[in-house]
Write a protein that binds this ligand. Structure first.
Ligand code: G1P
Length: 292
């Protein structure tokens, strides 16, 4: 079974970044020189995905425009001879086919995935959450496809170990390690209360799911926060088929959180081909200044 589509839910209001997100989608906030959503789309493109399905809401058209062809801008840049910029802009619109589906009510992540059934159909697909950025030599989605899905042909969630006090912010998996970094999941719990699990394996926003997930979602009642949770539907899928968890190689940033967003910015700035060296020197001088 080939995995060719990626569902990217972007309907959230982004209240954690107000007032910055009052008039622009949080997915369009910039990390160095690219909006966060572009990091996500570039990761799926380099993992071999052919189509992105955005789950949107009103006020999110800037995201669709970002991946669209802009006649005015490209003509302007060509006329001015700004060929470097023209190449950058063309690169974005040529990245991948993007289609949008509306999530008409904010009923949760599970619901956001549910509304994509008519465009995804009966095939396995990837779900990528825009808040979770992963910096990795081998793209995280590619690692999941090659190391787990291709082998087991069952649904996979990406996980990382988190400290005890952070568990309540995540979907947590319990399971048995069957190969290095690969677990057969025995239980999945969304945002567990303290003392209800001993596992420290937290789901980060990367999932490869078999199409049966839609049937499970249709049977899933609202869970934590009164929302339809993808985690709860995956727990049903696990019982009916199987579910694997994969400890990916790479650094993950929670760009949906102010501190995580700053950490991602520093990380990607240090790696940036144009400013990385000078930024590193700036940070060194800054730290030396504090230490004096
Ligand atoms: C969502 C999922 C959760 C997962 C997290 C990763 O939660 O429901 O299982 O661990 O993303 O970022 P949210 O952050 O939307 O509350």
């Amino acid at each position: 079974m080939k995995v060719e589509k990626a569902v990217v839910p972007v309907a959230g209001l982004g209240t954690r970044f107000l007032p910055a997100t009052k008039a622009i989608p949080k997915e369009m906030l910039t990390i160095v020189d690219r909006p966060t959503i572009q990091y996500i789309v570039e990761e799926v493109v380099s993992s071999g995905i052919k189509e992105v399905v955005l789950v949107t809401a009103s006020g999110k058209s800037a995201i669709e425009n970002h991946f669209d062809y802009s006649f005015e801008l490209e003509t302007f840049l060509a006329q001015k001879g700004k060929l470097g910029l023209l190449k950058e802009v063309k690169h974005i619109s040529n990245l991948i086919d993007v289609v949008s589906v509306r999530q008409k009510e904010p009923l949760g992540l599970g619901h956001a995935v549910m509304v994509t059934e008519p465009v995804v159909g009966r095939e396995p697909f990837v779900v990528v959450l825009g808040d979770d950025l992963v910096d990795a030599k081998v793209p995280c989605v590619y690692q999941m496809l090659k190391n787990v899905f291709d082998k087991y042909q069952e649904s996979v969630v990406a996980v990382q170990k988190v400290p005890l006090e952070e568990r309540h912010r995540y979907g947590i998996v319990e399971g048995e390690e069957i190969e290095e970094g690969i677990y057969r999941v025995d239980r999945m719990i969304e945002k567990p209360e303290s003392g209800t699990t001993t596992s420290d394996l937290a789901v980060i926003g990367r999932y490869i799911v078999r199409p049966e997930i839609y049937d499970c979602l249709n049977r899933t009642l609202p869970g934590v926060g009164g929302e339809i949770q993808l985690t709860d539907a995956l727990e049903v899928l696990r019982k009916e088929r199987a579910l694997y968890a994969y400890e990916f190689q790479g650094k993950r940033f929670d760009a949906g959180d102010k501190l995580g967003y700053l950490q991602a910015t520093v990380n990607f700035a240090l790696e940036h081909h144009e400013i990385g060296g000078r930024f590193r020197q700036y940070l060194r001088d800054l730290v030396a200044g504090f230490e004096r």
